[in-house]
Design a protein. Sequence first.
Length: 155
Amino acid sequence: MRHMRRVWLVVACASFALASQVEAQISVFPRQNLSFGTLTPGVAEWVSPTDATRRAEVELVGSGNFTVLVEVPTVLKSASAGDMPVTFAAGDGVLKWAKSNRSTSFTPGQAVDVRIPPGIGGAYVWIGGAAQPSSNQRPGDYAGVITVRIMTAGT
């Protein structure tokens, strides 16, 4: 059976925009890329945002009120093998507060308002999704970029 090589999404960019009036003090740290592993042509592969070894993870350190927007691609690219569709659905994003059992799910690609109280240490953004290789998908290394944007009022 023919298998594709590595397939992953890179959390390559995290941006922070700050309003003139400070509402949040947040530092953003990409911690882990989303990895689909080795795929079989014609067989979709879904990675849960709670899968600690394969999900993407971004750490938010600090506190305040802000909006998180996780921008996701619609295809993964390969220099030698073309494109592969990738999808993100409701619940493929999870925001998990540090030092707490509290979490909330969201849909990557849609903004989510966040409040991290002082003293809680921050939060984690976990991202899953589904790779959709076609039955004639060519073997190769596929990759894409997930961008996490942190925005405060006025930005």
